[in-house]
Every structure is written in structure tokens, then in C-alpha cells.
Design a protein around this ligand. Structure first.
Ligand SMILES: [Zn+2]
Length: 340
């Protein structure tokens, strides 16, 4: 007899019926760094039906202190995070279908997935993408679990479209600390505290316990021993809100508003998107770089090239990460010096 979920079924608000429901649901996790690793591990162990993971980054040694799905060999191989995550999650529970998308969670990708999913969870590190997720959630009426963390500070909030105020409404009313991309570091317990709240909410939604949903915005600082819970009710809902108000325009889904962020959070790294006309032959570029005496390392998903103190990672679609600078102009120069 399969008793994998016996303890979760014994938990009476879930029970057999709730477990069956969890096993039929499809969850999208956007960002598979620290938050996304923890969220997807818990959901995989809980027996969710299907998980789709989207992330644009690859594993580095500096991730291992808090990004629980990754190992030293993943960092050594520079595996894309979603590929390393899928491998680890399949070891944990082969009953769960895992879909791994290496790339950016742009509007087009999210709009393709939104009609198919039951829940969307925030594992990202910036507000540009979170406002896009907030719009997607409302346009397609998909619950959305916001979470963010930096240092020892974390916050989380459950968004049920047409029932709760949206992220825009919330942030207009509650000034939020730690909302910018930062270089102050982070301790692992902050991550686990945020995801504990997120995944508890996920289990309520997936098992059909909508009455148990938390109706507060939570922030905490584990180091300063502070914990604050703010009621989120209709009083903070803005009737004129462009995402959840009476006349919705979903402004963050427009082409112009789409994230232009080239800097990667706290990483001294700039992302370069390829131009429409550039479709690289990575094989040819590699041969050229090797001939020029650069250090080149490849896996099936990306290539890493090293010249002097400059390093570039190029993914198969031509998207590149330039390491060692926070200056987009300098990064572009480096990019063209490699592909020019
Ligand atoms: Zn709103």
C-alpha cells in the first residue's frame, strides 16, 4: 500500500478528498532560486499533480547556502536552475509531473500557461516581474502567492482575484521594506519562513479549503525579532486600480511596460537579450573562442566563456549574462566583443 501521503491525509482539513484534489492540480512556480527551490520541494513531497518551473539563471556555488535543491556538482556543471531542480525533484517524488522552462517569465510565456494552471507562486527576486504576475493573476483569475525576502526580512501575501486587494493596492497602502533588489545578503531561515507561509496557503487552495485562506499581509524580521500582520480588507482596495478595480487595463502586460531590467539582483551581472535578428550558432562561436584561446565550457543548455577577468554565459536562445559588471553599457560592449 502506498502510504506516502498518510500523514498529510491524517491532517483532517486535508483528508483523502483534499489529497486527491492536490494530486489533480497544476502549479506554476516563477523563479527557482531560494524561494522557488523550497516551494517546489514542499509541493513535490505533498504530491501536487504537476509543477511548471520557470527560471532564467544557472546554478553557482554562492547559491548553495540557501537554494536547497542544488548540489556542488550542479554548480560545477553550471546547470540551469530548472534543469537541476527537475532532476532533484524527480528523485524525491516520481509521481509528480515536472515541466522545466529555461528562460524568462515574460508576458507571452505567462499568458500561455495561465489558462492551464490552478495556482501561481512567486519565487522571484524583483517587483518588475511581480507586477506582471499580479496582472496575469487577475486577467486569468488565478490565485497568486506573493513572497519576498532579503537579509532577515521577509513578507508574504495571498492574492485571490476578485476577493482580495491586489499587490498594487497593497503596496500603495503599506510601505514595504526590503522591496528593492539588494546586496545586503540573506540568511536561509528567512527563505524558509516565507515559503512556509506560501506553501501552507498553497495547500489550502489546492485542497479546496478556501475558507482557511489568510487575509493578512505578513512581514517579519527574524534577526530583529519583529513580526507584523496587517489586515488586508476592502478598505485598502482601490476602486480605480488598473489591475483589480472596475476598469482594468492590466498595465504591466503592455509591451512598453514589460520589464527592462537588465541587472540581476545583487549579482554584479547584466543580462543581455539577443536582438530579433541574432540567432547564434553556439557551435561556431565556441570554435572561434577556442581558437582565440579563451576558456570555454559547454553543457547542453549554455556555454560559458572566459577571457581575462571577463566572463559571459550564453544560453541556447542567445540570451547572455555578463558577469563582473553592473554597468549595462559596459556589458553590451563586452557582449559584442565576444559575438562581433
Ligand atoms: Zn488592485
Amino acid at each position: 500500500m502506498n502510504d506516502r501521503y498518510s500523514r498529510q491525509i491524517l491532517f483532517s482539513p486535508i483528508g483523502k478528498q483534499g489529497q486527491k484534489s492536490i494530486g489533480e492540480k497544476h502549479v506554476l512556480v516563477v523563479g527557482v532560486g531560494a524561494l522557488g527551490s523550497s516551494i517546489s520541494e514542499m509541493l513535490t513531497r505533498a504530491g501536487v499533480g504537476k509543477l511548471t518551473l520557470i527560471d532564467r539563471d544557472y546554478v553557482e556555488t554562492s547559491n548553495l547556502q540557501r537554494q536547497q535543491l542544488f548540489s556542488e556538482s550542479d554548480a560545477k556543471d553550471k546547470l540551469p536552475k530548472v534543469i537541476a531542480a527537475k532532476k532533484r525533484l524527480a528523485d524525491i517524488n516520481r509521481e509528480v509531473k515536472i515541466e522545466a522552462i529555461v528562460g524568462e517569465a515574460d508576458v507571452q510565456t505567462l499568458e500561455n500557461f495561465a489558462p492551464k494552471i490552478d495556482l501561481m507562486i512567486d519565487g522571484t527576486d524583483n517587483f518588475d516581474i511581480r507586477f506582471i504576475l499580479n496582472d496575469i493573476a487577475h486577467k486569468f483569475t488565478v490565485p497568486f502567492l506573493f513572497g519576498s525576502c532579503v537579509g532577515s526580512f521577509g513578507s508574504t501575501y495571498t492574492i485571490i482575484p476578485n476577493h482580495t486587494p491586489c499587490l498594487q493596492c497593497l503596496l500603495k497602502n503599506i510601505p514595504m521594506q526590503g522591496q528593492t533588489c539588494d546586496t545586503v545578503g540573506i540568511i536561509a531561515p528567512t527563505v524558509q519562513m516565507v515559503t512556509a507561509y506560501q506553501v501552507a496557503e498553497a495547500l489550502k487552495i489546492l485542497s479546496g479549503n478556501m475558507d482557511a485562506i489568510r487575509k493578512t499581509y505578513i512581514t517579519f524580521d527574524l534577526w530583529e525579532n519583529q513580526h507584523l500582520s496587517v489586515k488586508s480588507n476592502d478598505a485598502i482596495k482601490n476602486k480605480a486600480c488598473t489591475t483589480c478595480g472596475e476598469e482594468r487595463t492590466y498595465p504591466f502586460l503592455s509591451y512598453e511596460a514589460q520589464t527592462k531590467t537588465a541587472l540581476l539582483c545583487g549579482r554584479n551581472t547584466v543580462q543581455i537579450r539577443p536582438s530579433q535578428t541574432f540567432s547564434p550558432s553556439i557551435g561556431q562561436l565556441c570554435s572561434r573562442w577556442e581558437l582565440a584561446g579563451y576558456q570555454v565550457k559547454q553543457n547542453p543548455y549554455l556555454v560559458s566563456v572566459h577571457k581575462d577577468d571577463v566572463r559571459m554565459i550564453m544560453f541556447k536562445d542567445g540570451r547572455a549574462l555578463i558577469h563582473g559588471t553592473n554597468d549595462p553599457v559596459k556589458a553590451k560592449k563586452i557582449y559584442y566583443s565576444f559575438i562581433g
